[in-house]
Design a protein around this ligand. Structure first.
Ligand code: GLY
Length: 338
């Protein structure tokens, strides 16, 4: 198990258990603000026990509720009450929504304080917690955010292996996404084992893909956009349907595979569908209004002057950012039931 670096200051530690001490050394840190997602209290307790500076602790709101402006305002008010200083640290324990919101709070409190993330979901561990994208939801998912690299991300395989199947399945969508982008061995592993894949090797590989791409293009001027595979359709499906992020990304990857087949001659549509099905992820969604999904996609950050940017596979391991028009997108949506 290893340590993956993004620049000189952000490290992702993958292993069993947590490093001791949990936090990187600091001569000036006086306290830690520990933000814990509901349900992650046992990991929050263990993290608190492992800290050698005074800890103040606050429960975040559940899931995406933590990403509302109101919820973030409550945390700011609490940070003011406890007097968190600029040399102090925000430690976030929880899934992707918790690290999105907690990272945003750390990046804006005192114009930016150190953040350390302890992801407690597979999805958070291989994607959301890594690479410094923070986000809250105002008018659309993740429309407000910052780039703020966490000083350390602690990926504890023991925590991930103990997750209920539902969360291992949801996170699998992002692990498989990393596989389609640059780690074909991950795709093979899920095709063999489904959701019960041994996590050790696939997590390490997915973290390596994420850290390498984020390090090469932190602010998403180019290569980092490749990590959005499945997300252009997926975010719109998520917002319109209420399905989970992982389920929506799975559906998005299928829709975008169909679009890739038409635009780039991608020949792996059946392989994408069967890999996701083998893992128990949905590949269709019923009952959504196609115009609404289209409208949400065109409101997305991935739009620019020339249209909508979408990541399409030429083949597994060869993703490209391509401009698409509405006429390219309709058949992809139709293929997943939208
Ligand atoms: N979740 C995609 C990225 O971090 O760029």
């Amino acid at each position: 198990m290893g340590t993956h670096l993004i620049g000189d200051t952000s490290e992702v530690v993958v292993g069993r258990g947590r490093p001791r001490p949990l936090l990187p050394p600091s001569a000036t840190r006086a306290r830690v603000a520990l933000l814990v997602q509901p349900g992650a209290e046992p990991v929050g307790d263990a993290v608190a026990d492992g800290l050698d500076v005074p800890v103040e602790r606050l429960a975040l709101r559940e899931g995406e509720e933590a990403k509302t402006l109101e919820a973030v305002g409550e945390v700011y008010a609490w940070l003011a009450r406890i007097g968190l200083g600029r040399d102090d640290t925000v430690v976030v324990v929880g899934g992707g929504a918790a690290t999105d919101a907690g990272g945003f709070i750390a990046s804006t409190w005192g114009r930016g304080v150190e953040a350390v993330h302890v992801p407690t979901t597979l999805l958070g561990a291989v994607d959301a917690a890594i690479g410094g994208k923070t986000a809250i939801n105002i008018g659309g998912k993740n429309l407000v955010g910052t780039f703020w690299l966490p000083r350390r991300v602690v990926v504890d395989l023991d925590v991930l292996e103990a997750l209920p199947e539902r969360l291992r399945r949801e996170g699998a969508a992002e692990v498989i996404k990393a596989g389609f982008i640059a780690a074909p061995g991950v795709v093979d592993a899920y095709r063999r084992h489904g959701v019960d894949v041994p996590l050790e090797s696939v997590v390490e590989a997915a973290v390596a893909v994420k850290t390498r791409i984020a390090a090469s293009d932190l602010r998403e001027r180019g290569e980092r956009a490749l990590l959005n595979l499945g997300h252009t359709v997926g975010h719109a499906v998520e917002f319109a349907s209420g399905l989970s992020h992982g389920e929506s990304v799975a559906i998005g990857m299928v829709a975008e595979a169909h679009i890739a087949a038409a635009k780039l001659g991608f020949e792996g549509v059946e392989m994408v569908v069967s890999t996701l099905e083998r893992t128990g992820l949905p590949t269709r969604v019923d009952g959504l209004d196609r115009d609404r999904v289209m409208e949400l996609m065109w409101r997305d950050k991935k739009r620019d002057r020339d249209g909508l940017r979408m990541v399409l596979l030429r083949e597994v391991g060869r993703p490209e950012v391509v401009h698409v028009e509405a006429d390219d997108v309709w058949p992809g949506l139709e293929a997943v039931g939208v």
